[in-house]
Write a protein that binds this ligand. Structure first.
Ligand SMILES: CC(C)(COP(=O)(O)OP(=O)(O)OC[C@H]1O[C@@H](n2cnc3c(N)ncnc32)[C@H](O)[C@@H]1OP(=O)(O)O)[C@@H](O)C(=O)NCCC(=O)NCCS
Length: 167
C-alpha cells in the first residue's frame, strides 16, 4: 500500500482544489456541485473534516468526512445520528489507479470509527460512476439505496462498523 498521509485542507490549498475541480474525471463524478472553497476553507465546523492526501509531501487527493445529521445544509435530509459520510477524489488523472484512493479510504474509515458511537459510513457516487461502485465494494461498502441529491441520480453505499476493513 502506498504511503499516504492526511492533513487538514487550508486556504493555501484554494488554487489546487479549484484546479482539481476542473479535471475531466472529477467533473464527471460531481457535475452539479459548487464546493464554495473560498468560504469553506476559511471555516472549521465541528461536524466536518476537509483533508488533503499527500504522497511524499505532494498533494494527490481530497477527502471530506461529515456528520450528516449535523451538516448545516442538510444535504442528506433527516439523517439519523451516529453516521458519517465521505467524499473523495484524486486530483490529477495521472494519479488514478495507483492505490492512493484505497489508502485514503482506509485511513478515513479508521478516523470515522475511532468515534465509538459511529455505526456506519455512507457514500453517494453517481449511479453512472461504475468505477467508483467497484472501488467502494472492494473496500467493503454495500449498496443501500438509490437517491436523488439535487439534480444527481446517486447510489448510496454503506459500510457498517462490523464490515470495516483492517489496517
Ligand atoms: C474513486 C477514486 C477515488 C479511486 O481512487 P484511486 O486512487 O484511483 O483508487 P485505487 O488506485 O486505490 O483503486 C482503483 C483501481 O486501481 C487498482 N489499484 C489499486 N492499487 C494499485 C496499485 N498500487 N497499482 C496499480 N493499480 C492499483 C485497484 O485494483 C482498482 O482497480 P479496479 O478499478 O479494477 O477496482 C478515483 O477513481 C477518483 O478520484 N475518481 C473520480 C472522483 C470520484 O469518482 N470520486 C468518488 C465519487 S463518490
Amino acid at each position: 500500500m502506498p504511503e499516504v498521509t492526511l492533513r487538514p485542507a487550508t486556504l493555501g490549498d484554494l488554487e489546487l482544489l479549484r484546479h482539481w475541480d476542473e479535471q475531466p474525471h472529477t467533473v464527471a463524478s460531481d457535475p452539479n456541485d459548487d464546493w464554495g472553497w473560498e468560504t469553506e476553507l476559511a471555516r472549521d465546523p465541528p461536524w466536518r473534516e476537509q483533508l488533503i492526501a499527500e504522497v511524499d509531501g505532494r498533494p494527490v487527493g481530497f477527502l471530506q468526512i461529515i456528520d450528516p445529521a449535523e451538516e448545516d445544509s442538510h444535504y442528506w435530509g433527516d439523517a439519523p445520528p451516529n453516521l458519517r459520510a465521505i467524499d473523495i477524489w484524486i486530483g490529477e488523472a495521472s494519479d488514478l489507479n495507483r492505490g492512493y484512493g484505497t489508502a485514503m479510504m482506509k485511513q478515513a474509515i479508521a478516523r470515522c470509527f475511532a468515534a465509538p458511537g459511529v455505526t456506519a459510513i455512507l457514500i453517494d457516487p453517481l449511479a453512472s460512476n461504475t468505477a467508483a461502485h467497484r472501488f467502494y465494494e472492494r473496500i467493503g461498502f454495500r449498496f443501500f439505496d438509490r437517491r436523488q441529491f439535487g439534480g444527481d441520480d446517486c447510489f448510496v453505499y454503506r459500510l457498517k462498523r462490523d464490515d470495516a476493513p483492517g489496517e
